[in-house]
Ligand binder design. Sequence first.
Ligand SMILES: [Zn+2]
Length: 451
Amino acid sequence: MSNQILKCNMVKAVMVLAIMLIAHPVHASCDTGCIAVENDLKLSTCVEYQGVRYAIVLDFTPNTDGFYWKADVPSFKPLQTADSSCIQVENDLALNFCCAAYQGKNYKFTLNYAPYPADPTGYYWKADVSTFSYSEMPPVLAKVVQFSLEKTITADALMAHLKKFDELANAAKDSGYRFSGTPGYANTIEYIKDKLANSGLILSEQKVEYNGGTAVNLFAETATGDENQVILIGAHLDSVAEGPGINDDGTGSAALLEIAIQLGSNKDFKPVNKLKFAWWAFEEPGMIGSTYYVNNLSDAERAKIGMYLNLDMIGTGGDKYYYGIEDGDFSISKTDPKVPAGYIAVFNNYPAYISQNAEIKKAFVSYFENYPVPKSDIIFSALHGNMDYEIFLLNRIPFGGLYSGKDACNHLACDNYQNINKDVLLINTKAIASMVQLYAEKTKLFTTSNL
Ligand SMILES: [Zn+2]
């Protein structure tokens, strides 16, 4: 936040306080009663600030980045009775609703004073969704305070996973860092399994053999959700033998892990569709793990995969990073000579399939366009292959993904923990979390049928 904006907020905060201070003090505690929440979620209540009480009305005004209530300033009136429950206003203007009755049940939650940039003259409070206990909430209110997977993601948590990946790979560097089939790979699988042990997600492994080595594809899936519409999100866990592979693809693997942890630990998030996370083995020698998985699905099982999201290198360091959205609809790939002929054949022959990829790409674009990153940093990444999305594309399973570019340390020993741009990693992971939740909650994944 700039000083300018901060100052602006301070001025507004003082103005709101002034509105609240125009009357005589009346004292009361919070537990004298419960405020009634109207069906339109309008909050009419009493607030008390430094001993002074006022009647106020807040209108529910959802905005793109959360759930806001806007002060209906003309409704603010000084109160001189002590017979209604009153919300104690804190110095930061947070409103703690001790008890709000809505359709027969009582709830507790906090609204934080949070000016909304699109309406600088209005006074807004924003729901702090972490304060709601909404397990018993009726659908209307539950939707209002819906779980936001994206907001559970932090850079610290992602970087802690990468630190561990780096340690485990470096401890085994003489046997090939985290190359599939090495102790570095096996120990990292154990770390992920340990982190997900109490997540409520169902873990499974698939043995993959290649060139004399054996490693596993690891999966974690939700116990609930429509198993006929599986959303698969994948990243390759293996490194090259020459380096610890922290950007390539520790970043994608850490993003999946943290999203899985957060999603698994929230019992109130019930996806409509089944979510399945995949850490692929043997990507570096040629996408062996993901190809093995798809090729060993029966036709019926393959048909149940509604979409695939691929994460490969999403925390690129240096100054060469960008927010690269995989070009699943071929808008730039169709004329790119580096795109494999087999991909172009799919593009030419299956327009209905391509339009499904276009929907996924568009959803990514709208995420990044609503995020405060420079528009010039958002690019489409041509489908040059050497990525785990390949087998999905060739089997016409709708796909999308992120890739933030190749840095100077790619496939070298210096692709380590220090090589990561944690802001880029955080924003990309939030984008994926947002997409996972968006598609997890869709009863119909695509507007176009591929049949
Ligand atoms: Zn990679």
